[in-house]
Ligand binder design. Structure first.
Ligand SMILES: Cc1c[n+]2nc(N)[nH]c2nc1OC(C)C
Length: 325
């Protein structure tokens, strides 16, 4: 059966490359018909040799049976939320708070600028390059195990596109439903007298919370990664967030194509205005932008503000001149 195994491996690797070029590089290598032909060839060969089926095979996206419920998963690193800005003044406050804590003028600071996708935050764990587990953000500390549903999302790789994968890599990103897929889903639901969804975000949430992966598999969901959680490897990660996202893309993880580096206040505002102007033609819902200090070491120096209470404020006296007597 080594002959069969080699044939299976070749088919799986070829299909993975086709999926990578189609879903991540947005640049198909072959027509869909050729992809479908090869997928059927692999399905037939696996049907003849079920004992040789591997969990990372492109044929293994839709789980067997519906779940009774979702198990809970505790995030090793909490998935925190973001502070909001609603005006240029708020942005200036954000920049000033950074300058107060690190000796760098914001004009010299590089930022990774991203569209803020209006979907659901998820965490996907790859062990030795194989998709092992996926969870919703939940309350930030514990989420629901939605591994079976995440596996059905066509642009989520079941195996990372590298000969030497990290021991553990947690990818964090947004699962969303593009507007066209949302409209088609609601049309079909109406035609079948089923309930429709109010907006793409609810449709994505409802699709990920399906206990039956066969239903999730028929929903047009898309993943875009935006950060790395747990990482264990002999190799160091790049030292910039933007460069880390490009590295994820090289591994076969889809990353939004609007993401850019910007330096200083003017370029941040230019990115914000650029995305705002493109908003209606993106083909998916966004609710703003996410602007991140790009240098990871600076991110760690700046740290997190645990959500300060909204109902209390420390109104301080002006700093007293130290009297030297
Ligand atoms: C909660 C969140 C949401 N988003 N969305 C994007 N694009 N990036 C991003 N980063 C996040 O958190 C990081 C700052 C860790």
């Amino acid at each position: 059966t080594t002959q069969i195994k080699q044939q299976l491996d070749r088919l799986k690797e070829t299909l993975r490359q086709y999926e990578y070029h189609y879903h991540v590089l947005d640049n198909p290598l072959v027509p869909d018909a050729e992809y479908d032909r090869l997928m059927n060839e692999l399905k037939n060969l696996e049907w003849q040799h079920p004992d040789l089926i591997t969990t990372d095979s492109p044929t293994q996206r839709v789980g067997a049976k519906p779940l009774d419920g979702f198990a809970q998963i505790t995030h090793e690193i909490p998935m925190l939320s973001l502070d909001n800005a609603f005006s240029d003044d708020d942005l200036d406050g954000f920049l000033r708070r950074i300058e107060d804590r690190i000796p760098v003028k914001s004009q010299q600071l590089e930022f990774c600028c991203e569209p803020k996708l209006d979907g659901l935050a998820v965490s996907i764990l790859y062990v030795d390059g194989i998709l092992i587990q996926a969870a919703t953000r939940g309350d930030g500390n514990t989420g629901e195990d939605i591994t079976a549903n995440i596996r059905t999302i066509r642009n989520v790789p079941l195996k990372l596109n590298t000969p030497n994968p990290p021991a553990r890599l947690e990818v964090r990103g947004e699962v969303f439903m593009p507007q066209q897929g949302f409209e088609q889903l609601n049309e079909r639901a109406l035609a079948k007298g089923e309930k429709t969804f109010a907006n793409p975000r609810n449709a994505a949430a409802g699709s990920l919370r399906q206990l039956d992966p066969k239903i999730t598999s028929q929903r047009p969901l898309v993943l875009n990664a935006y950060s790395i959680g747990v990482y264990e490897s002999d190799d160091q990660l790049p030292t910039g967030h933007f460069e880390r996202l490009q590295w994820l893309k090289s591994l076969g993880i889809p990353v939004n194509s609007e993401i850019k580096l910007a330096q200083g206040r003017e370029q941040l505002l230019a990115f914000y205005q650029h995305i705002q102007q493109k908003r209606s033609s993106l083909g998916y819902d966004i609710d703003g932008t996410v602007l991140k200090v790009n240098d990871i070491a600076l991110q760690e120096q700046l740290g997190f503000i645990s959500k300060a209470p909204r109902w209390a404020i420390a109104y301080k006296f002006p700093a007293q001149e130290e009297m030297t007597i």
